[in-house]
Design a protein around this ligand. Structure first.
Ligand code: OOG
Ligand code: MG
Length: 261
């Protein structure tokens, strides 16, 4: 794909994010031929632009790793993107709904590795052996596309809807956890809106990290030690409104919460 076109498409989603406004998906009219490989080139350019603006990568995120997400978004393959430092929300604090377009939340289990993992043959066991901590997390997604309507290439070129992340403060060693049978509830103002178990994510959240390492290896990249890795929404995403108190509770992993003002 032509360098100018890559830049044009990266500007398209990046400007929408900065201006907090909805856009029509790229594949509707702008460039219907966009492939998944092209879309990752657009994402790379978007990441480059953000780094140039002085933002920092906090860690990678996997998306569309559960059946619930595949059904809700009508797409069917795991994808990856990046969480940046300006997206971080401290546990227990509040966000302003005005800083987003149409935000939703997803309950996710995050991993922190003690050593780098390089694909293409990383397994679940490799991930568990390399995991220093797991922690409860909430991802805030905010697709720049109208009505969250996109194809896989569109959402990849939009940094997989990344808009916020709340990492829990309770870090757990993975040794005594069975992450596939960890249950999770998502409550808004005390009422449960979604629930699931870790196994919803590729049968075990560690598989999501393995998949990420194996996907990144196609670009000669690896999953780095020390960065929190979001493994993907366990349940469907839940829409946010002003005045919401969002609380996500995990069996054995703790709880993460924040407010929407
Ligand atoms: C795309 C991002 C999906 C996840 O955890 O599945 C994602 C979207 O649904 O807008 O982050
Ligand atoms: Mg997510």
């Amino acid at each position: 794909m032509d360098k100018n076109l890559i830049r044009e498409l990266a500007n398209y989603t990046h400007n929408a994010e900065k201006e907090k406004r909805e856009i029509i998906k790229i594949t509707a009219e702008l460039y219907p031929e966009l492939t998944i490989d092209d879309a990752y080139l657009v994402q790379e350019e978007l990441v480059r632009q953000k780094l140039e603006e002085g933002k920092r990568i906090v860690g990678p995120k996997m998306g569309i790793t559960s059946e619930a997400k595949m059904k809700q978004m009508n797409v069917d393959d795991p994808i990856y993107g990046y969480v940046f430092d300006n997206m971080l929300v401290n546990e227990g604090e509040s966000i302003s709904i005005d800083d987003y377009i149409h935000p939703k939340v997803e309950p996710e289990i995050a991993f922190i590795l003690s050593r780098d993992l390089e694909g293409p043959d990383v397994t679940q066991l490799d991930v568990l052996r390399a995991t220093e901590y797991v922690l409860p997390a909430i991802e805030i997604i905010d697709s720049r596309y109208e009505n969250f309507n996109f194809t896989l290439p569109d959402v990849i070129a939009d940094n997989t809807s990344a808009a916020g992340a709340v990492f829990g403060t309770q870090l757990k060693r993975p040794d005594n956890l069975e992450l596939d049978v960890v249950g999770v509830t998502v409550s808004i103002n005390g009422k449960i809106q979604a629930l699931g178990a870790g196994a919803a994510v590729l049968e075990h959240p560690a598989n999501s990290v393995a998949r990420l390492a194996n996907m990144l290896s196609k670009k000669g990249e690896k999953v780095k030690a020390g960065q929190p890795i979001l493994t993907g929404g366990i349940t469907e995403a839940v829409k946010l409104s002003r005045g919401d108190y969002v609380s996500v509770k995990y069996g054995g992993l703790g709880e993460v919460s924040f407010f929407v003002r």
